[in-house]
Design a protein around this ligand. Structure first.
Ligand code: FAD
Ligand code: FES
Ligand code: FES
Length: 1566
């Protein structure tokens, strides 16, 4: 029995007191409806934390809370989702935001610095949240493991990067980072006798960034740059899988032989490369990994890293105090005051202290202290180009001048010689846990008092109480029985924000000891109801570690489940009591509690009672037997018994941070000798409106022996006990029923294993099931094992192209990680600014009978409501091609989500509330057309368009075989992390207006706003600083939002702002088109295609938007990489009553590639031949003519293909996969290789670009161009281009924004083509400036940039120039004439992917992906590799996890990250290798580069085909047909159902006998 003292004061306070980033904040009577995020962003103007979803699902809002624990005298730090944390709940806590840990001005924290340098940010919107999650982990564990890191990041999403770079960056903080042995195994210098001692500090080799620079390697030499382990490599030996490619720079972050493999991040610098050039004539090894290296012919005794110089043969030198050494690798100075070891490749290391330093080519290492380097390289590198000026572009030099090529070359050579490296300065900020910011001392003193204060805050609509006495709480609950208890607010917060619940009274019990204490009792443990899940984890772990295992099985089961429960931030705040009391049917804990038989203690004024939690506790959907005036105070969990066995199961759509589709907890008690079942509890979630048990099954199995008879009986009984109606909410009826049986089957085998381990002789007794048979993974498995990134810039990028081709970090990377990057909603509020919210239709294909806004206009704070009546006639029409869309629905609502009106109010909350109260009366017109099939039967389409090449009939006649099939590919939500945000600011005269918008097409916003407001376009200036991702979703659809906003601002003549919440953004803006493909292919017995006929149908939704061009691109791309002599493609754009689908990364090509690969696979399967052969037989070669009459020049598909097959060891692994599949029945692997050819160009007219380059007299350069920076690194590349053409230091160049008043008539930033066209436009402008400067350069050849600028200015020469570029070769395709050239060139690639599936649950894991892609001479390999990885993972999401579900009435059911799952940290390939094809300059684009944004997405076909191969292996074992249909996405549901098996047979028989109706499904496939 615990005795609680009375720690509280009997004082009531209405003042909220907390600290933010060390500063005290006090707020009188704070509004309880405010979240911490709103408070930080609006009141404190701390906009680093972002609003990505508002429902705890994305982590963009992550901040750290710290609480001083007076009992234990320690400070507890934990991450939370600020979007769900009521600000009222942080009384007495310290809040740390991303701004609080570091800034560009005051110095970045190591987490911020390393993430930026690891290229871990693209659009940067997710980045502050990711930084904070990692930061909190480090505050709690300063040498975390990789598993810790992944676990702590499960609550964070990123849509851009593909996560690899983030993980590699953060791997530098891991405990084992400095001691791993590389793949050289025993030859690794770290394990060799006499080797240097292990590094004692990770910073000793913290060379994070990663990519290489120019390659200066002579013919025939090899250069490897390895990030893998930082250990020794001898010349010619290969660290990574013996990979060897001429002139290939290899970056590998892989470390073989350990569970977690990653490498030391690295730096590669020109000097090293140059050194490499000068060294051993055979091969050069450059290793940056960890600073221990063996050398050309020398063994690294210690930690030398030698590049081509044999000065330090043993890699170790002792230096005397004050000795100055200049013999390191040809460069640099080591200044060592106290002796020690110093090994340096290159430059300017200054060390004080005694220790080993391995340094790769960089300067300014400052060290004080013993044994290891604390401060490595750059103290403070904030510019992406580095601050150290002593390189190619020095401060004094200011530029490499020259307009005169000769001068350039000389100057360049001279600089390279002198400085030996580029300005791509990369190093780490060291991490020193002792230097972390401290808990505010004032708060430490105050917090005891603050913790004991009773709080009461009275808001406009909500009152908030925080009692500190148990009795007060009971009294409050008695007075207000319907008051909501809130602890973590993770459930209540979501209900309020998205289910429009209103709870007028909130009571927080977290300062009452009875609710937060946990104790161990003789027969179990008692846990306070307000104990958080993280606290519960810690507590249970202690018990498990300190008690005999037979007592702790219930706790272990809970711990297993908690691993898969939400993300870290949610676990840190969500309470055990909150989970129970929510009584969700998919609660992960309740099935375990029921199975374990926990007892709940409820209290109310005047008494308490105990309730055993069994099936009777739950009374319906989210209801239980608790009385309104009762509170749950604690949960008693019993110890387990010797003869008990308990297991839990959870299947969700995504591995992590996802609620269950079905979960279960099973417990049995079995006699150890007789194997007879004496007790059983089976509890299921996800099978009804509440947690269920299966009384009949349990009753009938008790008394049976645990053998196969019991198994079969159990399966049959479960089918009876767990029926599911065809229209059950959540859908997936068959799958869910299958899962219940699969879980039971797994449990059955698990129990057998346990029994036979306990009593080995039972092994024979319990046969016949073969116990060696695997049972599929009991829970999701995963874990990132490592990666490599390889590129070679070949001969194309010569020194005179510098800095083009350099792997600079993103120009905003440091702003991303410090939270200083400004997005639209981060912009300061103007004094008279108002807020808007949209009213959207809740019906599809409905007549609008009446809109009644009158009550809303009477609401306090509401200013106006605008609708179609305010935009008469054509002003209300929009559409990029057809103008067939109404901005405000006037008479009819074509879809759910159509904008009907806009409400303007003082603040966002009022505007949203008011919008929800505008009453609209609808009348159904007719049943809406929702699916493609509906549209086909109603002949509701645009088109069809036809492409015909050759003679189809003839082709089919030549065919030895003909196959026909159908495949569907679902749509995809863009899920850019920054929801739509726009601000319209009227200028007060001449109809002028400025619009700050998150659009990727500034000109369309400008033109449409001008048209709708009836002003000329020259009055509207659209400005875009950056976007938090777009992926095509911010092309045309934002007009639905920005035009109503502009109207409101114009009418009210006040600035108006709108930011959509995630759910409405997803509803209104729609996404990628779902496609249906009906195909018929003729082929020979060798697998050569003779004829292909394809009908493509896309679901366009209710408006045309860009659906025609999307279909056309699909038709142009249907060949993917294969030659077809006779082909006919017909494209139908189906018009339905869904929100209009739109552009999305790939623009029809991913669907086409998917179908092309499916057809190739089906042919191979039919012929029972290797799919590789069928693909190779039909693969394009240079000179082939495509079905749209495009002659392929410089076709590199085959090169990518052969290289990826070779590099991935495809053939060896294919054998291994076969072996694996032979040995495993319920887990199968699949391996596939697929090529991709992606056409690059806009429609003819859009292939044009403008730029403006301005030089100021202080010699700085400002560039504006028509492209929008949305994470793809466009501005960074453009700076590189301009720096090269002008020959100025890139640090001198700035890009501020994209603005229609600076560069007019912009094309969309889309189609992957922006670098091509804006690069050329900028080069054009820079060349013009060079031409004007030439006389001054010639006159003063020894002068500098600033001299020439001043001279030109003094001479009254214009220092600004516009640039323009257009692509002439591209023409629109004429379907009548069957002619045209819609593509400029193609980006090609190939990928090998291996997956493993669990045949019982449908879960999948991507084990490894290798990609080889041709990006010509990459403008920036770091950025390009980031694009490849990000696009690939987005594609992997498209073909596996991301499933949009619509109700039969056309309402999107999967809104927000809770319902729609994009890949998370644990969904990336466990091994991920990306290589850029070398030596393939592209003659068609700037600096011989190629477009990168979209093409890699097509390579995700390899994931789908690998899954299909694995499913095929499962089917082969059952002698089922291998020609089978699997639609995309290959969700767990689809994979499981396609695997079939005896469980499914059982279910099918049962369903036939039940005559289960298929009417009224919960969702339909559109
Ligand atoms: C992003 C996200 C992911 C999630 N993932 C999962 C998941 O994987 N698995 C899962 O099971 N759940 C999940 N949840 C649901 C949720 O986190 C849990 O149910 C959580 O345990 C609720 O705890 P809380 O303290 O936040 O509850 P609150 O939101 O504070 O309260 C929830 C309900 O419980 C009541 N309540 C709380 N404490 C008491 C008490 N002592 N006495 C009486 N009533 C009380 C409240 O009045 C309220 O009705 C997720 C939620 C989010 C937002
Ligand atoms: S905004 Fe808070 S988790 Fe997404
Ligand atoms: S960088 Fe992560 S969402 Fe854009």
């Amino acid at each position: 029995m615990q005795v609680f003292d009375s720690p509280a004061e009997d004082t009531m306070s209405n003042t909220l007191v907390f600290f933010v980033n060390g500063r005290k904040v006090t707020e009188e009577n704070v509004d309880p409806e405010w979240t911490l995020l709103t408070y930080l962003r609006k009141n404190l103007r701390l906009t680093g934390a972002k609003l990505g979803c508002g429902e705890g699902g994305c982590g963009a809002c992550t901040v750290m809370l710290s609480r001083y624990d007076h009992e234990r005298l320690i400070t507890r730090h934990y991450s939370v989702n600020a979007c769900l944390t009521p600000v009222a709940s942080v009384h007495g806590l310290a809040v740390t935001t991303v701004e609080g840990i570091g800034s560009i001005k005051d110095g970045l924290h190591a987490v911020q610095d390393r993430l930026a340098k690891a290229h871990g940010s693209q659009c940067g919107f997710c980045t502050p949240g990711i930084v904070m999650s990692m930061y909190v982990l480090l505050r709690n564990k300063n040498l975390p493991s990789m598993d810790d890191i992944v676990q702590h990041l499960t609550g964070n999403l990123c849509r851009c990067t593909g996560y690899r770079a983030i993980l590699d960056g953060f791997s530098s903080f891991t405990g084992d980072f400095s001691t791993r042995v590389c793949s050289a195994g025993v030859n690794c210098c770290r394990v060799k006798k006499g080797s240097r001692r292990p590094f004692q500090n990770v910073e000793a080799r913290s060379h994070l960034t990663v990519y290489g620079t120019k390659e200066n390697v002579e013919n025939g030499k090899e250069v490897f740059i390895q990030n893998g382990c930082g250990n020794s490599m001898q010349n010619g030996s290969e660290c990574i899988d013996q990979i060897s490619h001429n002139k290939t720079i290899l970056y590998s972050n892989r470390n073989v032989g350990e569970k977690w493999r990653h490498g030391n991040p690295l730096i590669n610098h020109d000097d090293e490369l140059k050194n490499a050039q000068n060294r051993d004539p055979n091969q050069s090894l450059i290793q940056n990994g960890g600073g221990t290296a063996s050398q050309n012919g020398y063994e690294g005794y210690g930690c030398a890293n030698q590049n081509g110089y044999d000065v330090v043969p043993n890699g170790r030198k002792k230096f005397n105090s004050e000795q100055r050494v200049t013999d390191q690798n040809g460069h640099g100075i080591t200044d060592k005051k106290y002796g020690g070891n110093s090994h340096q490749n290159g430059h300017g290391m200054v060390q004080e202290g005694d220790g080993d330093i391995a340094q790769n080519g960089h300067e300014n290492l400052v060290e004080k202290g013993y044994g290891y380097i604390k401060e490595n390289r750059f103290k403070d590198v904030r510019s992406p180009y580095g601050e150290n000026k002593s390189r190619l572009f020095t401060e004094t030099n200011g530029n490499i001048s020259n307009v005169s090529q000769k001068i350039i070359e000389n100057s360049l050579k001279e600089n390279v010689k002198m400085e030996g490296k580029s300005s791509n300065v990369i190093s780490w900020t060291p991490y020193d846990p002792t230097q972390e910011i401290i808990f505010p001392p004032e708060l430490k003193i105050m917090s005891k008092r603050l913790d004991r204060q009773m709080l009461e805050f009275q808001g406009k609509r909500v009152a908030y109480y925080r009692p500190v006495f148990f009795e007060n709480l009971l009294d409050l609950k008695d007075r207000f029985p319907h008051a909501k208890i809130i602890v973590g607010n993770t459930e209540v917060g979501v209900e309020v924000a998205f289910k429009k619940q209103h709870y007028p009274i909130l009571i927080n019990p977290t300062r009452i000891p009875q609710f937060t204490a946990s104790e161990v009792l003789e027969s179990g443990v008692r846990v306070g109801a307000a104990v958080t899940l993280t606290e519960l984890q810690g507590f249970l772990m202690q018990i498990v570690n300190s008690h005999p295992p037979h007592l702790t099985k219930n706790y272990s089961a809970l711990l297993e489940m908690l691993k898969w429960f939400a993300g870290q931030q949610i676990r840190n705040t969500a309470s055990i009591g909150g989970n129970i009391m929510t009584s969700s049917p998919v609660s992960d804990l309740n099935p375990i509690f029921v199975a374990a038989g926990v007892t709940l203690t409820f209290a109310k004024l005047g008494g308490k009672r105990e309730v055993v939690m069994d099936e009777k506790f739950f009374t319906g959907y989210r209801t239980n037997t608790a009385q309104p005036n009762e509170v749950l105070t604690s949960i008693f969990i019993p110890h387990s018994k010797q003869d008990e066995f308990i297991r839990t199961y959870k299947q969700s759509r995504r591995r992590n941070d996802d609620i269950a589709i079905v979960n279960a907890a099973f417990k049995v008690e079995i006699h150890p000798e007789t194997c007879v079942l004496s007790n059983m509890k089976l509890a299921f979630g996800g099978m009804a409106a509440k947690t269920l048990t299966t009384p009949r099954t349990m009753k009938e199995l008790i008394g049976c022996k645990w053998d196969e008879t019991l198994l079969e009986k159990g399966l049959d009984l479960l089918l009876e006990d767990l029926p599911l109606n065809a229209s059950a909410p959540g859908g997936m009826v068959e799958y869910r029923r299958t899962l219940t049986l699969s879980f039971f089957f797994k449990f059955y085998l698990g129990v057998r294993e346990w029994l036979t381990k306990r009593t080995p002789r039972l092994k024979t007794l319990l046969s016949p099931v073969d116990l060696s048979v695997d049972v599929g993974s009991d829970s999701h498995s995963g874990g990132y094992r490592g990666s490599s990134q390889r590129f070679s810039q070949g001969s194309g990028i010569k020194e005179d192209k510098y800095p083009v081709g350099q792997p600079f970090v993103h120009a905003s990377a440091f702003k991303h990680t410090s939270g200083e990057a400004v997005y639209v909603d981060d912009m300061p509020h103007r004094e008279d600014e108002l807020h808007a919210a949209l009213v959207v239709s809740s019906h599809a294909n409905a007549r609008i009978l009446r809109i009644d806004e009158t009550p809303v206009l009477k609401m306090e704070g509401v200013h106006a409501f605008f609708s179609a009546k305010d935009l008469p006639g054509d002003r209300n029409m929009m559409g990029c091609l057809l103008r067939d869309e109404e901005i405000f629905a006037s008479q009819e609502a074509p879809c759910v989500g159509q904008v009907i009106g806009i409400v303007v109010a003082d603040d966002q909350a009022t505007a949203r509330l008011a919008a929800s109260k505008v009453s609209v009366l609808y009348e159904s017109i007719s049943s809406p057309i929702i699916t493609i099939e509906d549209a086909i039967s109603n002949k509701s389409w645009w088109g069809p368009w036809v492409i015909l090449k050759g003679n189809l009939d003839e082709g089919f006649k030549q065919a030895e075989h003909i196959l026909e099939g159908e495949m569907r590919m679902g749509g995809q939500e863009h899920f850019y992390m920054e929801p739509n945000a726009h601000i319209a600011v009227p200028k007060g005269e001449d109809g002028e207006m400025e619009i700050f918008t998150s659009s990727q097409v500034p000109t369309s916003t400008q033109m449409q706003v001008a048209k709708s407001l009836s002003v000329p376009a020259n009055r509207i200036a659209v400005r875009i600083k950056r976007l938090g991702g777009a992926f095509g979703g911010k092309e045309s659809r934002p007009l639905c939002i920005s035009v109503p906003l502009a109207l409101a601002a114009s009418k009210l003549q006040r600035p108006v702002r709108i930011t959509l919440d995630r759910q409405e953004d997803m509803l209104i803006t729609a996404g990628r088109h779902p496609f249906l493909c009906r195909w018929k292919v003729g082929f020979t017995s060798e697998g050569r295609f003779t004829a292909l006929q394809v009908n493509l149908y896309s679901n366009a939704g209710c408006a045309y938007d860009v659906s025609g061009p999307v279909m056309h691109k699909a038709m142009f791309s249907i060949d993917n990489a294969y030659m077809h002599e006779n082909i006919q493609i017909t494209g139908y754009v189906c018009k339905t009553h869904l929100p209009s689908n739109t552009a999305m990364r790939g623009f029809g090509a991913p669907q086409a590639a998917m179908f092309a690969e499916e057809i190739a696979s089906q042919v191979a399967t039919f012929l029972r031949t290797d799919p590789v052969l069928v693909r190779e037989r039909n693969m394009y070669k240079s000179g082939n003519v495509t079905h749209i009459n495009h002659t392929l020049e410089h076709c590199t598909i085959h090169r990518c293909w052969t290289q990826v097959i070779h590099q991935s060891k495809y053939n060896v692994r294919a054998m291994a996969v076969m072996e694996f599949n032979k040995e495993n029945s319920y887990r199968k692997r699949g391996l596939s290789v697929t090529p991709a050819k992606c056409g690059v160009a806009f429609d003819r007219i859009l292939n044009q670009a403008g730029a403006l380059v301005q030089i100021y007299t202080d010699s700085s350069v400002l560039i504006t161009h028509g492209g929008v920076e949305m994470g793809q690194g466009l501005h960074t590349k453009m700076i590189q281009v301009a720096a090269n053409v002008l020959k100025v230091n890139p640090e001198n160049i700035h890009i501020s924004e994209t603005a229609t008043d600076k560069v007019p008539n912009t094309s969309p930033t889309a189609a992957s083509i922006s670098s091509d066209i804006y690069g050329m436009a900028i080069a054009n402008a820079c060349n013009e400036l060079n031409r004007r400067l030439k006389p001054y350069v010639t006159l003063n050849a020894k002068g500098q940039w600033k001299d020439w600028i001043r001279a030109a200015y003094a001479d009254r020469v214009s220092l600004s120039a516009t640039g323009f570029y257009r692509i002439d070769e591209v023409t629109d395709y004429d379907f009548e004439k069957q002619s045209g050239q819609p593509f400029h060139y193609y980006t090609n690639g190939a990928a090998v992917t291996e997956v493993e599936i669990d045949c019982l649950t449908g879960d999948h894991t991507i084990l490894r992906t290798d990609i080889v892609i041709d990006l010509g001479n990459s403008l920036n390999p770091a950025i390009d590799i980031g694009q490849v990885e990000g696009a690939f993972l987005q594609g992997a999401g498209l073909v596996t996890l991301e499933e949009l579900r619509y109700s039969p009435e056309g309402s999107l059911l999967t809104r927000g990250p809770g319902a729609y799952k994009i890949p998370g940290f644990q969904d990336i390939p466990q091994e991920f290798h990306v290589s850029l094809l070398e030596g393939a300059p592209n003659p068609f684009a700037i600096y011989s580069s190629k477009a990168v944004g979209e093409p890699p997405l097509l390579l995700a076909t390899s994931v789908f085909q690998a899954i299909k191969a694995a499913v095929g292996a499962a089917r082969a074992e059952q002698n089922l047909s291998l020609v089978f249909r699997l639609d995309s996405p290959a969700t767990a549901e689809r994979i499981r159902m396609a695997c079939r098996g005896h469980i499914l047979e059982k279910l099918n028989k049962k369903m036939v006998s039940e005559a289960t109706s298929t009417e009224n499904p919960w969702s339909v496939t559109v």
